[in-house]
Design a protein around this ligand. Structure first.
Ligand code: 3HC
Length: 318
């Protein structure tokens, strides 16, 4: 994508009209959204934004990825309308059609970026790649455009440092499955302006979600509590104190969780959990909460990443 975008970069940096001066940037009413990354999270966010009347451009490196993302959005919408338009399938079909019209896809995002109020990245969890992306987009996007990252564990301030607009950078952390999970974490760094936070809070409410505010600390709120809980379940199992099935049943029936920790780990992706844990344990190697798990490392090394590879702690049918 960088190569494709770079070819037009000079053109666009000359032609983008900078209609807001930095000092005049106030609350931004977010209508046009560019989402970079057409994976599960990016596609889910695109779906929700389009369903609530936003104009969305979904960007990824290949048409194949984007086609798969659009197919995923359509099938998820079908599940949603089955419930919300039950008894009125025609209106459901109309709704799906309208939502799909709100989403366009591109491997060359320059035009969309020029009119974006918000650019949200949901790409691979790699700091250098995110910084390169934000640094690059910073040169193309209008002054008022807010940059947000859906990272689950990387510091937002480090990503924002690649831009000239740290006051207009923040975290916007969604949860899987995005169409169903009501929460969004709005993460403010020490540089994020109150206007940026407020614009994002209003945006998440316009999506029909409930926002919570948090600081730019490892794991924000939810992952800081959820990931150590899943790791503790793993350690309980590794010590031979209970089977994974019984631990899952215990947490579902005894604590009211919709999924047990092993089911949830498979759902989130074992590689994602390992990535988060490795980052934390690097920072605090002596903290037992962040101690690695041999079983998790083994499964990831074997490519058993959970539901997406049809095997993790459990096996899944296609
Ligand atoms: N799109 C649209 N609808 C969907 C859907 C999707 N992606 N996934 C499920 N649904 C619908 C189903 O069609 C079904 O509809 P119905 O009631 O009309 O039949 C309904 O949701 C319930 O689905 P299921 O019967 O398949 O399964 P459940 O009742 O178990 O619900 C669940 C599924 C909502 C995923 C529930 O199990 C749950 O809430 N699990 C916990 C998820 C969670 O904790 N997510 C956060 C993970 S952490 C994270 O994402 C952060 C990251 O940084 C790591």
């Amino acid at each position: 994508m960088f190569r494709l975008v770079s070819s037009n970069m000079a053109f666009f940096t000359h032609h983008i009209k900078r209609s807001f001066s930095s000092s005049a940037v106030r609350n931004v009413v977010i209508k046009n959204v560019t989402i970079i990354g057409g994976g599960q999270m990016g596609a889910g966010i695109a779906q929700v934004a389009a369903s609530t009347g936003h104009s969305v451009t979904l960007v990824d490196m290949t048409d194949d990825i984007l086609k798969k993302a659009m197919k995923g959005i359509q099938s998820s919408l079908r599940r949603v309308v089955k419930k919300t338009f039950s008894g009125d399938p025609e209106s459901g079909d109309d709704f799906i059609q309208k939502v799909m019209q709100n989403v366009s896809t591109s491997t060359e995002p320059s035009a969309a970026i020029a009119t974006s109020d918000l650019i949200l990245e949901a790409i691979v969890e790699n700091m250098k790649i995110k910084q390169d992306l934000f640094g690059f987009l910073d040169k193309m996007a209008p002054e008022h455009t807010i940059f947000a990252s859906n990272t689950s564990s990387l510091p937002i301030s480090d990503i924002a440092s690649a831009t000239s607009r740290p006051d207009r950078c923040a975290g916007l952390h969604f949860f899987n499955p995005v169409p169903l999970m009501k929460l969004v974490e709005v993460v403010a760094t020490t540089s994020t302006s109150p206007e940026t936070s407020e614009s994002l809070l209003n945006f998440t409410k316009a999506l029909g979600k409930t926002p919570v505010c948090c600081k730019d600390t490892p794991g924000f709120i939810v992952n800081r509590l959820l990931v150590p809980y899943m790791m503790e379940a793993l350690r309980l199992h590794e010590r031979g104190h209970a089977s994974k099935e019984d631990i899952d049943t215990g947490m579902k029936l005894g604590a009211g969780y919709p999924m047990g920790p092993f089911e949830l780990s498979d759902y989130v992706g074992l590689d994602t959990i390992k990535f988060i844990m490795d980052g934390w344990s690097k920072k605090e190697p002596d903290n037992p909460i962040f101690a690695p798990s041999q079983l998790l490392n083994k499964l990831v090394a074997e490519g058993k990443l959970g539901k997406k590879t049809l095997e993790g702690f459990y096996k899944y049918n296609k």
